[in-house]
Design a binder for this molecule. Structure first.
Ligand code: GDP
Ligand code: IMO
Ligand code: MG
Length: 424
């Protein structure tokens, strides 16, 4: 039987690795780009022709002419935010209606899910996760507890279903002692407008479409959101998001058999960042961390929050590569380290009992990173166009990473623009 291939692209760290940029760069090689999990907690930045776009729910394949983009069943969608995002894109001249399809089985983020997100965070006090406040956790909780409202539900008898879910949420908020409903009516009104707007797009059985597309020999690129360390099963639990961000999430979030998965592109920064609370072994609290934040413009694309910065963590990356089945690595933001005399890479952890391990432990709260120091390349590489131009120190660094991670690096990103991408 003829079949196309499915490749998966995902973040290997704590999100914001630069997935959006790479999806945009790789899209010309595919017929379809599909999002399989997450929702408007994602912020995927793309830059080309002097313009910058931040996508939240819409796949990053939308700018490369005529490709089909699918929002899969594993995604959670907020109609009002989707409407804002889509209208902004249309204003800037990017037609969406003929290219974007939405799964009937994707779950809807209701206005009350967002309030619940805030209320649950508040109730956690100092243990709060530092969520994006987009209602992600409560929406996935409703999905798993068989209480969710799906995109397909807007097509028939929606008002009554919505009201029942809202009342249930209100009871929960009451139990949490939540009283802040400022602006709720206005938000709800816009949300309902968003629901009407959503109806203008093809709402489809995306799992059936996707498998038909594959049978016709076409190729699909699956775009992950967040990162492996935010995966609900394998991430730094409980400081994670509420979906499976790993490669397997593409199977459940799109309805693709695991035997259809081909390449798995693992995206990593040349260093590491994290937003929100939770352990981060290589985090830097000194001037170096601040320098990385400034040079890398490490502020959240969605919330504007400062991203925590630190050195690359190879123990963590080896673990991510393992659970994702990564076949090829893509390294982003190497330009941020262009001016450093020395850079560091964590090669092992020292556990609280003094043992040194290269294996990723159950808890990473109290591990101490063991670093290898690497001589910096001290060269502005942002205008390079070929790997031949890389200084020897940088070539050595790539070789070192490939040996440590036992995986090939296929692409190096040397700046935010689409053009600043070098294939090895
Ligand atoms: P995503 O969520 O994984 O798509 O990543 P984000 O868009 O949240 O964050 C990545 C940020 O780094 C964005 O501002 C990108 O424009 C930027 N970026 C991507 N690749 C590079 C690169 O190679 N160098 C630099 N300096 N910036 C980059
Ligand atoms: P992209 O796709 C970075 C983090 C939040 C918080 C935790 C849970 O742009 O890489 P949630 O709102 O999902 O319940 O928050 O996950 N987080 C992200 N961090 N990039 C993201 O997405 C993120 N999406 C969620 O900061 O710590
Ligand atoms: Mg992001």
């Amino acid at each position: 039987m003829k079949t196309g291939k499915v490749d998966v692209l995902l973040g290997l760290q704590w999100g914001d690795e630069g997935k959006g940029k790479v999806v945009d760069v790789l899209t010309p090689r595919y017929d379809v780009v599909a999002r399989f999990q997450g929702g408007p907690n994602a912020g995927h930045t793309l830059e080309f022709e002097g313009q910058k776009y931040v996508l939240r729910s819409i796949p990053s394949g939308i700018f490369q002419g005529g490709k089909v983009n699918i929002i899969g069943n594993g995604v959670v969608l907020a109609p009002d935010l989707f409407m804002d995002e889509a209208k902004d894109l249309e204003k800037s001249g990017h037609e969406l209606h003929s290219r974007l399809r939405i799964s009937k089985k994707a779950h809807l983020i209701m206005p009350t899910h967002r309030i619940l997100d805030r209320a649950i965070e508040a109730a956690k006090g100092k243990n709060k996760v530092g969520t994006t406040g987009k209602g992600i956790g409560p929406t996935y909780t409703d999905k798993v507890s068989r209480n969710g409202l799906r995109v397909g539900d807007i097509l028939d008898g929606f008002e009554a279903k919505y009201e029942a879910h809202k009342q249930r949420h209100m009871q929960m908020l009451k139990a949490l002692g939540w009283t802040d409903f400022d602006g709720f009516e206005e938000t709800e009104k816009r949300w309902m407008e968003g629901v009407e707007y959503l109806k203008k797009f093809p709402i489809v059985d995306s799992e059936i479409e996707i498998n038909k597309i594959l049978r016709s020999g076409k190729n699909i690129l699956c775009e992950g959101a967040q990162g492996t360390m935010l995966d609900v099963d394998f991430g730094s639990y409980p400081f994670v998001t509420s979906s499976n961000t790993i490669c397997a999430g593409a199977c459940t979030g799109l309805g693709i058999g695991p035997n259809k998965i081909g390449n798995v592109y693992g995206i990593m920064k040349a260093y590491c960042t994290r937003v929100g609370a939770g352990p981060f072994p290589t985090e830097l609290f000194d001037e170096t961390g601040k320098t990385i934040r400034d040079l890398g413009h490490e502020y959240g694309a969605v919330t504007g929050r400062e991203r925590r910065c630190g050195w690359i963590d190879l123990v963590q990356l080896r673990y991510s590569i393992m659970v994702d089945g990564v076949t090829e690595l893509i390294m982003m933001k190497s330009d941020v380290l262009d001016g450093f005399d020395t850079i560091k890479a964590c090669v092992a952890y020292k556990l609280p009992n003094g043992t040194v391990t290269r294996d990723f432990p159950y808890e990473i709260d109290n591990v101490e990173p063991v670093y290898k120091e690497i001589k910096g390349w001290k060269t502005d590489m942002t205008k390079f166009t070929s790997p031949d131009q890389f200084p020897q120190e940088f070539k050595d660094y790539i070789k070192f990473l490939e040996d440590e991670l036992e995986t090939r690096i296929g692409i190096i990103s040397i700046g935010p623009d689409r053009e600043q991408t070098i294939e090895l």
